[in-house]
Design a protein around this ligand. Structure first.
Ligand SMILES: [Zn+2]
Length: 284
């Protein structure tokens, strides 16, 4: 069934767990995530990132309606979320399609502009009774905005979210949850992740809203537990699921039929998603 982030955050807060937000760019991704959520009887988030349209991996017009339909048919609460929305018209398109949650990412903008634009996005989302996530601080790794990219893909401490600024941002904009930078990296880690757990707690206490962790792939299960204990309630996860799928598909190649490759990829992704989801919801 369709749910908003606010619906599932209540449960996540009570149980002190995090809900996984999995980026989906094909049917196998959607099946891997929904089958796992139903198996564990846990809510989940299907996300589509605007980046994937810019990079010509998949487009919102094609996969958006499929995500909404599959979420409606699921036996568990499923949020259909737009990840890293950059333009308000793109966000509005997803809302009209029936998405139940959006992210506006103005983190590459100067602070005041980010506040102004986020306020507009909040107004738009709340008009549709939909929850909204925004971001301050800069994440390392590749994103549409090329925010905070560093040569060695290490997170630079000067780009971390400042608690006082986060508090001010939430008060001024009225966002439902906040993506913060505290050491994670988008995409693959080329060195050991070094997360600032104390900062997560400070951000959670200062803002009073659920904290969202981007760059969730590749973090150790021990570290997931620590950030969840300190207030992270949504974890964005994609790269390692996608890698698992690639490895699973490669293992059956060469093969004659495409459906064998797709199925092998889906099964491998499902295993990876299950391991992550079990950790996020304390079922490991
Ligand atoms: Zn992100």
């Amino acid at each position: 069934m369709l749910a908003t982030l606010n619906d599932i955050f209540k449960m996540a807060e009570e149980k002190k767990i995090a809900i996984g937000a999995f980026n989906v760019v094909n049917f196998e991704n959607i099946l891997a995530v929904l089958d796992t959520a139903e198996k564990l009887n846990m809510p989940t988030i299907l996300a589509f990132a605007q980046t994937h349209e810019e990079n010509k991996v998949m487009d919102l017009d094609t996969i958006g309606p499929v995500m909404v339909l599959m979420a409606k048919q699921a036996k568990v609460p499923v949020v259909v979320h737009l990840d890293h929305g950059i333009n308000l018209d793109y966000i509005e398109k997803s809302l009209k399609m029936g998405f139940t949650s959006i992210m506006f990412d103005g983190s590459a903008l100067p602070y005041d502009e980010n506040v102004e634009m986020t306020k507009k996005a909040v107004e738009m989302a709340h008009k549709y009774n939909v929850s909204i996530e925004a971001e301050i601080g800069k994440m390392a790794g590749i994103t549409l905005n090329n925010e905070g990219i560093t040569e060695n893909r290490k997170s630079d401490r000067s780009n971390y979210t400042v608690p006082a600024e986060a508090k001010d941002f939430v008060e001024k904009t009225g966002v439902d949850c906040l993506a913060c930078s505290f050491g994670t990296v988008h995409g693959e880690y080329f060195s050991e992740p070094n997360l600032d757990f104390d900062l997560v707690k400070e951000l959670s206490d200062a803002t009073g809203v659920p904290i969202v962790m981007h760059g969730g792939s590749g973090v150790s299960h021990e570290d997931y537990k620590k950030v969840i204990a300190n207030g992270v309630r949504k974890i964005n996860y994609f790269t390692y699921m996608d890698k698992a799928g690639g490895e699973g598909a490669s293992a059956v190649c060469p093969t004659k039929y495409f459906h064998d490759i797709a199925k092998a990829g889906q099964d491998a992704m499902q295993k990876d998603v299950e391991s992550a989801m079990r950790c996020f919801v304390n079922m490991d």
